[in-house]
Design a protein around this ligand. Structure first.
Ligand code: IMP
Ligand code: MG
Length: 181
């Protein structure tokens, strides 16, 4: 499939499923080397990271655990505005090596927020692994240790990423096709 229609928009293929597979294998290999003996806890951020998490974990061969969290946004009562809370975390984080699994790091707001919460819970080391990274959009200084694929600042769907809820099930990554607008 070279083009897909989602809601009112047309998207064209950007990254094939084979390219994604290869990039994820490379990240897994790096993690296997770096975190051997650390017994890391992988925390996949739902919904977007489900496919990346599943494919990555099949290639990770060190002792580890995986769990799934969500970031719930709600309007705070104070003037600080939008507060984001990590939900679904049942494991003890204290003194552990944590690897956050994300679908995409864009501005970095989400990842920085999660990183801070995990450090507050006493994690000894918090690393970030993401399927996609948009360095041109990134506004933070936290290092993104494991970025499988670096992409330009375009809107993408597929392989976990959605456009208004749809497109997550696509096995490749698609970009908005402006020529079809
Ligand atoms: P950030 O907090 O700006 O880094 O954005 C992270 C979240 O925005 C991701 O977890 C995605 O849910 C969403 N997002 C950012 N860029 C895209 C995109 O190109 N397609 C779909 N979702 C995106
Ligand atoms: Mg997300």
């Amino acid at each position: 499939m070279s083009k897909v229609q989602i809601h009112d928009k047309t998207f064209k293929i950007k990254i094939t499923s084979n390219e994604i597979k290869k990039a994820i294998s490379d990240v897994a290999e790096q993690i296997n080397k770096d975190l051997k003996d650390k017994k890391p806890l992988f925390l996949a951020v739902l919904n977007g990271s489900f496919m990346f998490a599943a494919d990555l974990m099949k290639k990770v061969n060190i002792d580890c655990e995986i769990s799934f969290v969500k970031v719930a946004s709600y309007e705070g009562t104070s003037t600080t505005g939008n507060i984001k809370q990590l939900i679904g975390l049942n494991e003890s984080i204290k003194d552990r090596t944590i690897v956050i699994l994300e679908d995409i790091v864009d501005t970095g707001n989400t990842i920085e927020n999660i990183w801070n919460q995990l450090k507050q819970l006493g994690a000894s080391d918090v690393k970030i692994a993401t399927l996609l990274f948009k360095p041109e959009a990134y506004t933070k200084t936290l290092p993104i240790e494991y970025a499988a694929i670096v992409v330009p600042n375009d809107f993408l769907v597929g392989y976990g990423l959605d456009y208004n809820g749809y497109g997550r099930n696509l096995d490749a990554i698609y970009v908005l096709d402006y020529s079809a607008e």
